[in-house]
Design a protein around this ligand. Structure first.
Ligand SMILES: Cc1cc2nc3c(=O)[nH]c(=O)nc-3n(C[C@H](O)[C@H](O)[C@H](O)COP(=O)(O)OP(=O)(O)OC[C@H]3O[C@@H](n4cnc5c(N)ncnc54)[C@H](O)[C@@H]3O)c2cc1C
Length: 347
């Protein structure tokens, strides 16, 4: 059911840019506008401008799947997004803006034993971090979502699922507008159609931004441009070489660590190549794994290299010679058997 009044007009008070601010935020997506709002609402910093190249919400924030959840796979993310789920629960009241926030719960289906293991691990990790994600049976999943086809098309029946009850959705464009309007009510300037084209600098310090309508100075410049970060920050981005760590690590763990050059073509406006720390990809297995299983994994991988390379060209670097060259821990007997058979193993 659509909530009443959801299309109530949101009042924007667009401002002309000043020549100087305490804080300039580049990018009018969820992150930029939320930062502006919280600076003004929680920290009393309202001499803030948000400069948006196109229109607010023009980036990812206006075109995502709109799921608000905390059932992530690493503890830091679980806790971080747990806070986000809590914030969303009262955000409509706080921003005085309805964005159809609805807690619906999220079901992640598992169709294989491997997927079941992954979902069980997710559930345990989430619970350990204080976030409710529980395993449910296929029938329980169907009870929550009667439209489900538990047969998985006949080939991959649903074996179970993890269920995260607090997950919700929201209308993402209105979240952006809500933050913008609430920030503006507190004196923040939100300026659309103003791409930042460069950074003003005094030595190593960023002191403002360049725009088509002239420079804007600021004590602090925050980049919140989503995927465009290297295009904006690339003006001042400095890569620090980690080459000094190569030798000590290689001495301790073997030549899995080596010097790797990040060429200047990788990021826009990178002035020169930078040598850093390279590390081999390693496939590690439990020592208890059977010799035959490890042998079969390697055989499957190398017998099907063309397919693997079609999935990701980086796999062209995985050769028998490279794979058997060096390991920081002893090779598994199954690996020794396979590499010996192939004539590449050097004890
Ligand atoms: C298809 C898809 C589905 C997703 N689904 C989910 C989901 O279900 N749940 C979830 O939590 N997250 C989801 N995400 C991720 C989420 O949408 C993003 O993490 C989030 O919107 C990023 O917000 P942002 O403010 O950092 O970036 P953006 O919203 O991308 O905002 C960056 C803004 O910067 C502006 N900009 C760029 N360059 C400049 C410049 N030089 N000067 C001025 N302005 C500039 C852009 O126009 C843009 O408006 C999804 C993302 C995508 C793409």
């Amino acid at each position: 059911m659509i909530e009443e009044g959801v299309e109530r007009r949101i009042a924007f008070r667009w401002a002309q840019p000043k020549r100087t601010y305490d804080v300039v935020i580049v990018g009018g997506g969820g992150h930029g506008l939320a930062t502006a709002y919280y600076l003004a609402a929680r920290h009393g910093i309202s001499d803030v401008a948000v400069l948006e190249a196109r229109y607010i919400g023009a980036g990812n924030s206006g075109r995502n799947t709109t799921i608000i959840r905390a059932n992530y796979g690493v503890p830091e993310a679980v806790r971080f997004y747990g806070h986000s789920v809590d914030l969303y629960a009262t955000l409509e009241d706080e921003l005085e803006c309805s964005f159809i926030h609805q807690a619906k719960g999220l079901i992640w289906l598992a169709h294989t034993e491997t997927a079941m293991r992954a979902e069980r691990a997710r559930s345990l990790l989430n619970l350990a971090c204080g976030i409710e994600t529980v395993m449910i049976t296929p029938q329980e999943a169907k009870g929550l979502c009667p439209q489900l086809d538990l047969s998985g098309g006949g080939r991959y029946p649903v074996l179970g699922a993890s269920y995260h009850p607090r997950a919700s959705t929201a209308r993402h464009d209105r979240v952006v507008w809500g933050y913008a309007a609430a920030a503006m009510r507190r004196g923040v300037h939100v300026i659309q159609g103003t791409p930042v084209t460069g950074l003003l600098r005094d030595g190593d310090r960023v002191t403002g931004v360049e725009t088509a309508s002239g420079p804007i100075r600021a004590r602090v410049v925050l980049s919140a441009v989503g995927g465009n970060v290297t295009a904006v920050a690339g003006q001042a981005l400095k890569f620090i070489s980690t080459a000094d760590y190569v030798q000590p690590l290689a001495t301790k763990y073997g030549p899995v660590y080596y010097p790797l050059t990040l060429t200047k073509s990788v990021y826009q406006k990178m002035p020169e190549d930078v040598v850093g720390l390279g590390v081999d990809n390693l496939l590690t297995v439990n020592a208890n794994m059977s010799e035959q299983q490890v042998y079969d994994i390697l055989k499957t991988f190398f017998d099907n290299q063309a397919d693997v390379q079609a999935i990701h060209p980086e796999a062209k670097k995985f050769t028998l010679e490279n794979a058997s060259r060096v390991a920081p821990v002893p090779f598994h007997p199954g690996a020794i058997k396979y590499y010996t058979e192939k004539g590449v193993y050097k004890p």
